[in-house]
Design a protein around this ligand. Structure first.
Ligand code: PAF
Length: 293
C-alpha cells in the first residue's frame, strides 16, 4: 500500500493505473471505522480496480463554531486499517496542499442543500462539494463510494456529478451499526457512557416510524411526530430535525408514498448525531431500510 502526501506524486502514481485498471475512490476524513470499511468493500468489488482512499479533515466544511479542532484524528491507526482492508493507495494531503491560496472558487449545489443539515450548518455542503470536486480532479476516479448514513451528502454529490457532467460513477455503502443500532460514526467516540446509551434511541426512533408506517399511517406529519415522540420520551438529546422527504431530491411531502427518507439529527450531550431510514412505501406495503440509490 502506498501512502502519498503530495498531489503531483499521487497523480504520477495513478498514471500507472489508467487505462489498464479502474480507480475506485473512497474519500474520508479519517477516524476510520466499520462504516468506512463497508465503503472500501464496495470499492473492492469494482472490476479490475485499484482502491484509493483519501484521508483529509476538510476545514471548509466546518462552520466557525463547529468541531474542526476536536475532530478525531489518528493517522497511524487509519493507515493500519487501510492496509488490513486491502487498499492500494492512501492519499493524506495537508490543508496547505489542498488550499494553498485563499479559496475564491467554490462548487455550490443549491436547493437540496438548504434543508436538513444544510439549514443548521450553513456553508457545510459548499465545503463538501468543493473538496470532493478537488479530490475528483486529483484522483480521476472511475467509481467513487460514499456512505448512505450521510444521505443528504450523497444526494448533493449526485446532483453535482450530474450537473457538472463529472465522469464518475457513484456507489453507496449501506449503514453499518453497533449492536444497539447506533450508526457507526467517527463522532461516536466522543460520547460519554451515559450519552452513548441515549444515542441508541436514534435507531429505535426510526424503527418506531417503520412500525407506524406498517400500521398504515401515511401522513408524513404523523410519522414524524411519532419518531420525535420516541426521541423525546427517551430523553435522547436536543432534536435538531426529524423529517420525511422524497429520496430523489429531498422535497417535502404530505402523503408518504414511493421512495422516501426519514432523516433525524439529534445533539446528544455535545455531539451532533445523524441517522436515517429509507422506505419504499406502497398503498399496503412498506419496505424499510432500502437503498437510497
Ligand atoms: O463524508 C465525509 O467524510 C466528508 O464529508 C467527505 C466526503 C470526505 C468530504 O470531506
Amino acid at each position: 500500500m502506498d501512502v502519498i502526501v503530495e498531489i503531483p506524486a499521487l497523480r504520477e502514481r495513478l498514471k500507472e493505473e489508467h487505462p489498464a485498471r479502474q480507480i475506485a475512490f473512497v474519500p474520508t476524513m479519517g477516524a476510520l471505522h466499520e462504516g468506512h470499511r463497508a465503503c472500501v468493500d464496495v470499492a473492492s468489488r469494482v472490476d479490475n480496480a485499484s482502491v484509493v482512499v483519501s484521508i483529509f479533515v476538510n476545514p471548509t466544511q466546518f462552520g466557525p463554531d463547529e468541531d474542526l479542532e476536536r475532530y478525531p484524528r489518528d493517522l497511524g491507526r487509519d493507515l493500519e486499517f487501510c492496509e488490513a482492508w486491502g487498499c492500494d493507495v492512501v492519499f493524506t494531503p495537508s490543508a496547505v496542499a489542498m488550499y494553498p491560496r485563499v479559496q475564491r472558487t467554490w462548487v455550490d449545489v443549491t436547493g437540496i442543500t438548504d434543508c436538513l443539515c444544510g439549514r443548521t450548518r450553513p456553508g457545510h455542503f459548499r465545503g463538501v462539494t468543493t473538496v470532493v470536486s478537488k479530490l475528483f480532479n486529483i484522483v480521476s476516479p472511475d467509481v467513487a463510494v460514499f456512505g448512505q448514513k450521510d444521505a443528504q451528502q450523497a444526494l448533493v454529490i449526485r446532483e453535482m456529478v450530474r450537473a457538472l457532467d463529472m465522469p464518475v460513477e457513484l456507489r453507496l455503502a449501506r449503514i453499518e451499526r453497533e449492536d444497539d443500532g447506533l450508526a457507526m460514526s467517527s463522532r461516536n467516540a466522543r460520547l460519554s457512557p451515559h450519552d452513548r446509551r441515549r444515542a441508541g434511541h436514534l435507531r429505535a426512533s426510526l424503527l418506531q416510524a417503520a412500525r407506524v408506517l406498517e400500521d398504515g399511517e401515511r401522513e408524513s406529519r404523523a410519522v414524524e411526530a411519532a419518531t420525535r415522540m420516541h426521541l423525546e420520551r427517551h430523553e435522547t438529546g436536543e432534536v435538531d430535525y426529524v423529517e420525511l422527504r422524497t429520496a430523489s431530491d429531498l422535497s417535502t411531502l404530505g402523503r408518504v408514498e414511493g421512495k422516501v427518507i426519514l432523516a433525524v439529527a439529534v445533539i446528544v450531550g455535545n455531539t451532533r448525531l445523524i441517522d436515517n431510514m429509507v422506505f419504499d412505501v406502497g398503498a399496503d406495503r412498506v419496505a424499510a431500510d432500502v437503498d437510497l440509490f
